[in-house]
Design a protein around this ligand. Sequence first.
Ligand code: SF4
Ligand code: SF4
Length: 471
Amino acid sequence: MYNPKSTNANEFIDNEEILKTLEYAKEHKNDRELIEKILKKAENVKGIDHREASVLLECEEDDLNEKIYDLAKKIKLQLYGNRIVMFAPLYLSNYCVNGCTYCPYHHGNKEIHRKKLTQEEIRQEVIALENLGHKRLAIESGEDPINNPLEYILESIKTIYATKTKNGEIRRVNVNIAATTVENYAKLKEAGIGTYILFQETYNKEAYKRLHPTGPKSNYEYHTEAMDRAMDGGIDDVGIGVLFGLSTYKYEFAGLLMHAEHLEASKGVGPHTISVPRVRPAEGINIAEFTNGIKDELFEKIIACLRIAVPYTGIIMSTRESAKTRKRALEVGVSQISGGSRTSVGGYAEEETEDENSAQFEVVDRRSLDEVINWLLKLGYIPSFCTACYRKGRTGDRFMQLVKHGKISHCCTPNALLTLKEYVLDYASEDTKEKGENLISKEVEKLPKEIQGKTIEYLDEINKGKRDFRF
Ligand code: SF4
Ligand code: SF4
């Protein structure tokens, strides 16, 4: 029985409710009156439910689809302005006891080079990332209680925060590790993590069982209920996601939204972020096995519908996607991207040779961080290295209230400009620097008077060599 407040995965991701939703959406796919009504409701920027969003996703009428895209762009602009938050993944270890058939880190893969970073190697990676200009990391690790126990992750977080170069420091560490216990989540919270990220991979239990034949991750319920335990352990910000291409996208889309509704209903706070990776080729993975891949156009539609359904949630896109796809995705909903990523263990400090391959997936957008920043500036976006909320204690419900009341932009834009200024002075190439300075001057002019003066003051201080100002 569908119950968004239930603590049981099979009730808040109720298979029957998803099937009924898909049926309902199919039945109403070109129901003009209903679609117009849903869009009208969505204009309030309070979100829509999984059934309504599924109807939008199914719609095939060109003019209505145009309206869907227009609304997604409008919501994106209203809540996020032209800011794009930057981050980088940092792979700590690819040892893993699980058997996920789509991931090259699965324990049966003998072709992949297994690697686990020592604390000194982590320091080197962090220095390399700081020298590029990164301030926000997402650490990634396989599940292996012997090679990568929680103590290793906790020690690594400590090392990352403690590693500082001249003006470089990592100010927020998000963590993407396997589902664990409330006690362990409490320890992660104590270590000062930002968001706890865990992808569901697929909400379809049957497909889940097939794709996760062995290892602790094969327990669908334990995995699906992880965010509840994370929040019980005191973690305020959680990030969900599916791996599009594993099962049918309509099912995943409804499941994602039901998960968001569940967190909101039972914990009072929806997901902080939603990630939208698609299956990519990798060493030791037979990509032909995954026949549910989605085309670019459909992928954009999913992002637009997510933006409309959960306006307050950040949408993350990685370098799995090409510059072209990322450009369109940024317009219709994505608010956070990675740049200059390495998906191998130890790939920032040292380039890997071919026979050393330890990467989780093939990177498509291979541009350097500076090239990505330059590109964003050219497109009129403000690349932001802001990490202010977490450091000011604006997490969980406090953060959501600000976003929902449209107040967060008073912090985000000046913070984006301040952190871009730091990037421009410390790390940018000449051309990026010029573009960045121009954009900062233009954007400062547009700031509301009550924050403009302080922003100019902080920018002057940054020019004089001081760092780390925030609203
Ligand atoms: Fe391990 Fe995660 Fe890869 Fe599964 S997806 S094999 S749990 S690293
Ligand atoms: Fe994110 Fe908060 Fe910074 Fe805005 S002010 S970009 S919400 S960390």
